[in-house]
Each structure stands twice: as structure tokens, then as C-alpha cells.
Ligand binder design. Structure first.
Ligand SMILES: *Cc1c(COP(=O)(O)O)cnc(C)c1O
Length: 419
């Protein structure tokens, strides 16, 4: 792929300027790799754990130890990591239905949760499908304040109003498809202390998607009761073929496991069918792969800001997830961005992405993904719903080198459109 002189120069300038940011990212990756390898060593991970099991999958040592390793790495008491959790949405669904009972309220304190949860909660979609709402579970929401932080006075008022019915405070760490800031682990820790001070019994549940390994601690380490994510994002390291995880206290993970399989069976069965090795290997790679994606995101922020776009976060801001947004302003810009990412991908580079009505999303979405694993967004990918201000959400990059190619390709496509 050949880039214009202007784009190539911009990249060289970006990399010189971003040296301190890159150094910080490498330091975090080193610390997280140490944490992962310590957990592997402490739990005596060995070759036999990569064996495949079938049927009930009883006594699958690889599965049991992976759960323990995962819990350690996440700073949790327990975890369930499964290849047959098909996506982040399913993992979240397991967590919500696992903890909430009729008459309870789920209280989202960082604005509206991710689009695909709307039908699960019952604030979108047909009644009768078995949403939380159908089961008599309430939903309340508070937006973040104008500075992008938690609105503590409003949260306190709502917690006191709801009383014991407020079973769960729900936080989405990452911005998802919203034009808002991503929350740091420290901010989530402050929220946990605040909530527990008012209602110690209320679970704090975190949608941890895209946040894993960006910092040196995960939300469980600051008191979150349950964190939930997808293995085709950060923690799968680009190696896991599919899957999801939940990590938290013994009790929340047990309740979630009953919903995942069956009450009484929980996490004690489930054939792994040869998927243990990619999941272990993925966790091993995850801190490094996340760092590659972060460097790619910083490069994108720098390049697109210089091309005159509003980006979030800015190139010199500290990051709490791997998502980079670029406000394209119109649908042509958003589509050009996605075309460029697609052309700069290792797989399906010849394909032209088109907007489509994706199940679970309320606006048409355009997606660029030239990934080895379908839908994997730890791999170079971009997407955005076709609604103003036509924000491109970019993430991933298995290697910085390939991420750089993708970003420069997007920059060139967008720049050609302008000229
Ligand atoms: C990706 C994501 C999810 C889950 O999405 P799936 O496509 O179902 O894996 C949930 N919340 C956030 C913030 C996400 O980024």
C-alpha cells in the first residue's frame, strides 16, 4: 500500500511526538504480562490443560484452572470463561438475569447501556420476549454529569428513593456508541465506595468491554462485584476464537454460572472442545495485543486531529479503553473512513463496507472489519451508527505495524474525499 507524501510525513511526525505515550503503554503491558504470567505459574498451567473434552466436560482441568487464572488476573475471587458464551451481549445477559429477581431494579449510572442490551432490559423490542422488564425487573438510569463523571448527588437521591429494590448498580466502563468519556478504574472505585456506603448489599456490575489491560488494575480490584466482557476484544488477545467471561465475587459468579448452564450445575460442566489453548494463549497475549491497539489508537488520534477532525480521546490524553472516536460530520466521511480501514486490513481488503440494519441496533451501522476472527474488534476494525454527528468508532490492531497501515489507509481515503 502506497500513501501520499502528506500522510506518510504525518505518521512520522506522529510517532516522534508520541514516544512518551508509547513508553507508558509498554510499561503497562509489561506489568500486566507479569500479572498474567504469575497467575499461570501459581496455578501450574501445563500442557495437559490444553486437551480437548467432549460431552459434559466433567473434570476438565484446563477449564477449571483457566477460571482460577482469570480470577487472579482480574483481581476477582472467581471467574467463568467460556468459548460457548457467544458474545459480550450474551455474557452481560447471563450476568443480568443471574443476579436480578422480580421486583428488583437495575440502575444504570453511566447513562444508557450498550445498544444490544436495550432489548435485554426491555426498553426496546417487543414485550413477551422474556426481557428483564417482562420478569418484573425495573430499570432506572442517570446520565454522567457535564464533565463526564458520575453525578453523585443524583445517584445518592436515586439510591435512597429505590431503597432495597436497587439490587444492581450498572456501569459501562467504555464509551461504547456514546459520545462520552470512558471511565477509569479509579473513578469506578470511587463509585463502588459511594454506593456501598449508602447500600452495602447493592451489587456493582461493570460492563468491562474494551477496558481490559489498558490499566494495571481491573474494576474487581477496586470492589466491583461482577465484571463482564468478550473474548474477541482485549482479553482474548486476538487468539481466542470466540467466547466471553464474567469475574467477580464467589457469589455473583456462582449465580451467573447457574444462569449460564443450570442451577446446581453452574461452572462444573461444559466441554471445551479444544478451545482451552486459544483462550490461555489469548490471555497470555492480551496485555501485549491491547498495547498494540492502544498505540494504533494514539496514532489515529494524532493523524486525524492534524487533518482537522475532532477526536476523542486526544493524542496526548490518558486512555481507559482502546476505542478512538473521530467525528466525521457526515455519512460520506464515515463511510470513507470505514472503506479506508477495510482496504488496510489483512483479510477481505477488497471488500467495500456498506451500512446495514444490524440485529440489536436501532440505527443502520457501517462496519469495517478485515479480521481473522469474524467480528473481532481487538483486530483492526471501525464502525459507527449512521446518525449525527457521524462518529467513527475505531479500535484494535493486532500489531502496531498493521494498525498503522490501516489508519494511514483511512486517513488517505478521508483526505481524498476532502480534496
Ligand atoms: C462490544 C461491547 C459489548 C458487547 O458486544 P458484543 O458484540 O455482543 O460482544 C457490550 N458493551 C460494550 C461497551 C461493548 O463495547
Amino acid at each position: 500500500m502506497i500513501f501520499s507524501e502528506k500522510i506518510e510525513q504525518l505518521a512520522i511526525e506522529a510517532e516522534a511526538t508520541l514516544a512518551p505515550q508509547f513508553k507508558h503503554i509498554e510499561a503497562v503491558a509489561f506489568q500486566n504480562t507479569q500479572k498474567v504470567m504469575d497467575a499461570f505459574r501459581n496455578h501450574r498451567v501445563s500442557d495437559g490443560m490444553f486437551q480437548s473434552t467432549s460431552g459434559y466436560g466433567y473434570d476438565d482441568r484446563g477449564r477449571e484452572v483457566l477460571d482460577e487464572v482469570w480470577a487472579d488476573v482480574m483481581g476477582a475471587e472467581a471467574a467463568i470463561v467460556r468459548h460457548n458464551i457467544i458474545s459480550g451481549t450474551q455474557a452481560l445477559s447471563i450476568g443480568l438475569f443471574g443476579l436480578l429477581r422480580p421486583g428488583d431494579v437495575m440502575y444504570s449510572v453511566a447513562g444508557k447501556p450498550y445498544d444490544t442490551l436495550e432489548e435485554v432490559i426491555g426498553i426496546a423490542g417487543e414485550p413477551g420476549n422474556g426481557s428483564l422488564k417482562d420478569f418484573g425487573i425495573g430499570y432506572e438510569m442517570t446520565e454522567l454529569n457535564s464533565c463526564g463523571g458520575f453525578d453523585f448527588p443524583a445517584i445518592e437521591a436515586k439510591l435512597r428513593e429505590l431503597g432495597a429494590s436497587c439490587k444492581m448498580v450498572f456501569v459501562q466502563r467504555s464509551k461504547g456508541y456514546l459520545n462520552r468519556k470512558t471511565l477509569s478504574v479509579a473513578e469506578i472505585g470511587e463509585l463502588v465506595r459511594f454506593v456501598k456506603n449508602i447500600r452495602p448489599e447493592t451489587y456493582v456490575v461493570v460492563d468491562n468491554c474494551y477496558g481490559e489491560f489498558v490499566e494495571t488494575e481491573e474494576p474487581c480490584a477496586v470492589g466491583a462485584d461482577l465484571i463482564i466482557g468478550s473474548l474477541i476484544k482485549n482479553p482474548g488477545g486476538g487468539m481466542a476464537e470466540t467466547g466471553g467471561y464474567l469475574a467477580g465475587t464467589k457469589r455473583t459468579v456462582e449465580l451467573a454460572s447457574y444462569r449460564m448452564t443450570s442451577i446446581g450445575i453452574g461452572a462444573e460442566a461444559g466441554a471445551t472442545m479444544g478451545q482451552n489453548k486459544p483462550m490461555y494463549k489469548g490471555l497470555f497475549y492480551a496485555p501485549h495485543t491491547t498495547a498494540q491497539a492502544l498505540k494504533t489508537a494514539h496514532l489515529a488520534a494524532y493523524v486525524f486531529e492534524k487533518l482537522g477532525y475532532t477526536v476523542e480521546p486526544r493524542w496526548n490524553e490518558e486512555r481507559h479503553d482502546i476505542i478512538q472516536t473521530v467525528i466525521m460530520g457526515n455519512s460520506e466521511g464515515l463511510c470513507a473512513f470505514c472503506r479506508g480501514i477495510q482496504q488496510g486490513s489483512p483479510v477481505d481488503a477488497f471488500v467495500t463496507p456498506e451500512p446495514w440494519a444490524m440485529p440489536g441496533y436501532s440505527d443502520p451501522v457501517i462496519m469495517a472489519a478485515g479480521a481473522f476472527t469474524q467480528g473481532s474488534s481487538i483486530e483492526l476494525s471501525a464502525d459507527g451508527p449512521l446518525r449525527p454527528p457521524y462518529t467513527a468508532y475505531f479500535q484494535g490492531g493486532l500489531t502496531y505495524e498493521s494498525g498503522r497501515i490501516g489508519i494511514l489507509s483511512a486517513a488517505q481515503c478521508v483526505d481524498e474525499l476532502k480534496n
